[in-house]
Structures are given as C-alpha cells and as structure tokens.
Design a protein around this ligand. Structure first.
Ligand code: EPU
Length: 416
C-alpha cells in the first residue's frame, strides 16, 4: 500500500499543466483493435489504469511502444481473443474491449470489469444493448460470453445513459456492414473525442443530440490523434488553487469543456480569468455556499463532485450535494469529517456541508481516484501533517501527482 505524507498550510504559486484525458485515451487504446494499421496517440497520461489496459492488449498480441506521452499501437497480429481476467477486474474501461473484439472476431469472453468502488456498477445496459442488436450474450458464473450470430440489428435505445455502454456499441458498430443508430447516447467530451478519432480512421459517424448514427465499414485505417485535455483533472487543479487561496495558472485545458464547472465556481465566489487554453485562479476574498447536483454531460460531472465538496467546506453557509449518478460516492466526506469538516450525511447520495471550517491533519484513506485527489488537496490546506493511505488509487488517474504539485510549492512525500 502506498501512502502520501502531506505537510499542510501550503502556499502554492506558478503554472500547473493539465495532461490528457484518461477516459478518452483508454477508449482509443481499445479502439485500436478495430484498426488495420498503426494507431499513434499523443497526450496520453502515464497512469496505472492505462498501463494495465496496454498490458491486456499486449497479452492479446498487440505491439505497443511508448515514448513519454506518445503511444504507438499495432493490433494486426492478435493471437489471443480473451482479455486477461485479473487485469480486466482491475479497470472499468476494460469493458469497452467487448465491442471491438466482438466486431473483429465474432466472440469474446470477459469477467465483470473492476474499477472504483463508487456504486454497484452493473453492466446490464451493455448486455441489453448487445442483445438488442442480436448478439448472443450468456451470463456464466465468472464470465460473460458474447457471440455474433447471424444478422445484426440496426437500432439500440439506452433506457439509461451510460458512458462506457455507448462507447461499446459505437466501437462494435464501426465494423458492421450497415447503419446502426444509438438512441439516448452519452455525449461526454471524451465520447466526442473518440468519435473524432474514429472518423479520422475512416469511420462514418454522425451525432445529432443524443442520437449517434454509425455507418459501418469492413476496415478502418491508420490514425494519429492528440487526446483532449482531462477536464476532470483540470477541475481538480482549479479547486486546489481556490481552496489553497493560491494564484495558479492551470494550462493546457479546454475551457469549453468546463462551462458548468466554471459557472458553479462563479456562484461560490472564486475569482478567475479564462484564456483560450488556460485559467488563472486569483485569491478570492470570500467563498459562498452553493448547491451541487450531478448529472450526465452537459450537466455537472459526478467526477467533479468530490473536489467541489471539499471546496464547499471552505465556503460560508450551508451547501447541499446531491449525487445522482453513482450511489456510493460521498465516502470522502466521512474522511473530511475526521479532518474537522462539518458534514451531515442525509443518505448515501445527499449531504449538507456547513462552512467555513478549518481542517486539521489526520490519517485518512483514499477510496477511489477522485476522492484520493480530493483528500490530497484537503491535506495541503489543513493544519499540520496528513497521511493518506491507499495512494495507489490516485495513481490510477493522475500522473505523478506529488511531483507535479511539488513543482508549485506543495510538500508531499510518497511512502511505500
Ligand atoms: N449503469 C447501469 N448499468 C450499466 C451501466 C451503467 O445501471 O450497464 C448505471 C451506473 O451504475 C451509473 C450510471 O448508469 O449509475 C452511469 O454509469 P456509466 O455507465 O455512464 O459510467 P461508466 O461508464 O462506468 C464512466 C467513467 C467514470 C465516470 C462515469 C460518469 C470510464 C472508464 N469511467 O463510467 O469515470 O464517472 O462514466 O461520467 O469512462 C473516473 O474517471 O474516476 C470515473 C469513475
């Protein structure tokens, strides 16, 4: 188990660049299975979830080379069709291997995917969508078995919006010989980036509101793509600057992906300037309480909810948080209570935060990627020293976080 030891009361200053979007890059790595040629991806973060996904592909027979943030992938000679169970159980994004493997080889066997423990995270919507297309899906005690059988249908309607569900069907549809329409699709910026990647590879895809139409091809060709900046990492860094009352310029981001987030910051009273690809956070005299309710894009992302919850412990008045996407994503608030935050947990998905409260150092634990990054910020603004157990959860989504934050003045040690 890795740990962070954080010295509190930090004063930060300087520039903090945002790296590429984990949840876009991982889907493009899975999509490389569809490509007959070389895939070149730049702006790919060096995080453990991506290393594990690359390992899965290598075990299937893919050739992958990495140079800094650049990845080159060739999947022409895959030898094994079923992804490694142990690795699949470690990352949620492994579920999107189903669409490409099924499209290319006609069948695939995979266990239930792992990932953050932020809710029950079923894959029933994926199974139902594949069944709607006529794919045979068997649910065995340890595995799901998917098999193409005869004619594939042309329409999928998601009764609930799912990011990886939409991506799975989108990737599968790219190699079918007719048009497939996905209704009630997720349209997060990471999905739009995946669509642009696929279009560059020759796929014919149109998006109209929540409808995605894909005209399949029997082959996609070599493609180079620069992954979009990670809007969740950008939001995390913005909260760091605002909570630490430090002047920091967050660079390499796309402000248009942060509109709803920045609107909430204005409501809270955070002062900032927005440039074409940066945001300069100023020292804000006073922060105000506000209410947050998470939703699918273009709503307020569930992944921003933990950092903003921390910021609200520093805002004056009563704030309310409603988590509408995952049923177990407020656990970090219990850790913040141990640091002195005034939090009333109304139920698993609703909380009331009363601020401002000074935080003090404590021994706490990272529960998942976003809660881990949030508690790291809490440690930086608290009095005295904080120890965060299970720092490896943060490494799954944020590249060398302690080294990057040390460059702007943070004092964080990694202990093994
Ligand atoms: N859901 C079902 N059945 C399914 C699929 C989803 O009931 O078959 C439910 C989920 O339980 C949840 C809701 O539908 O209540 C939405 O889940 P979705 O499928 O959209 O989430 P996901 O694809 O598993 C991705 C990101 C998450 C991000 C969510 C929401 C990846 C690998 N993960 O998860 O990212 O929070 O979309 O935007 O793309 C993170 O990066 O830290 C992270 C957790």
């Amino acid at each position: 188990m890795a740990k962070f030891e954080i010295q509190g009361n930090c004063q930060l200053k300087g520039e903090l660049p945002v790296y590429g979007a984990k949840n876009a890059a991982m889907k493009m790595i899975a999509a490389s299975i569809l490509i007959n040629g070389k895939v070149t991806l730049t702006n790919v973060p060096r995080i453990s979830d991506i290393e594990n996904l690359c390992l899965i592909l290598e075990q299937l027979g893919a050739k992958i080379s990495r140079d800094g943030h650049k990845l080159e992938i060739e999947t022409n000679k895959l030898v094994n069709l079923n992804p490694d169970s142990k690795l699949v159980r470690m990352i949620r994004a492994s579920v999107v291997l189903v669409g490409p493997l099924l499209a290319r080889f006609g069948q695939v066997e995979i266990p239930h995917p792992g990932g953050d423990k932020i809710g029950s995270r079923p894959i029933n919507l994926h199974l139902q969508a594949f069944r709607e297309l006529g794919v045979i899906v068997a649910e065995e005690p340890n595995n799901y078995l998917f098999r193409k059988n005869g004619q594939i249908g042309n329409r999928v309607h998601f009764k609930k919006i799912s990011v990886t569900g939409t991506e799975n069907i989108l990737l599968f549809a790219c190699l079918q010989d007719h048009e497939i329409i996905i209704d009630n699709a997720a349209i997060e910026p990471e999905i739009i980036d995946l669509v642009e990647f696929l279009q560059k590879a020759g796929a014919s895809i149109k998006i109209d509101g929540r409808r995605i139409s894909i005209c399949g091809k029997n082959q996609l060709q070599s493609v180079s793509h620069h992954v979009i900046p990670d809007r969740i990492e950008a939001g995390t860094f913005i909260v760091l600057a605002a909570a630490a009352k430090s002047q920091i310029t967050i660079t390499n981001l796309n402000p248009s992906h942060l509109t709803v987030f920045l609107d909430k910051l204005k409501e809270i009273g955070v002062q900032f300037d927005v440039g074409s690809n940066f945001i300069y956070i100023k020292k804000s005299p006073k922060l105000r309480a506000c209410d947050i309710s998470t939703a699918e894009y273009p709503g307020f992302s569930t992944d921003w909810q933990p950092p903003i919850g921390l910021l609200l412990t520093q805002a004056e008045g009563k704030s309310h948080i409603t988590e509408n996407i995952f049923e177990n994503r407020l656990g970090y608030l219990k850790e913040l209570q141990d640091m002195g935050a005034k939090v009333k947990l109304i139920n698993n998905c609703q909380a009331e935060i009363t601020g401002p409260t000074p935080l003090h150092g404590a021994v706490i634990k990272s529960l998942d990627i976003r809660s881990g990054a949030t508690l790291l910020i809490a440690g930086l603004i608290a009095e005295n020293k904080t120890i965060i157990n299970h720092a490896e959860n943060v490494d799954r989504g944020y590249e060398e976080i302690e080294k990057r934050l040390t460059k702007i003045g943070a004092k964080i040690l990694r202990l093994q």
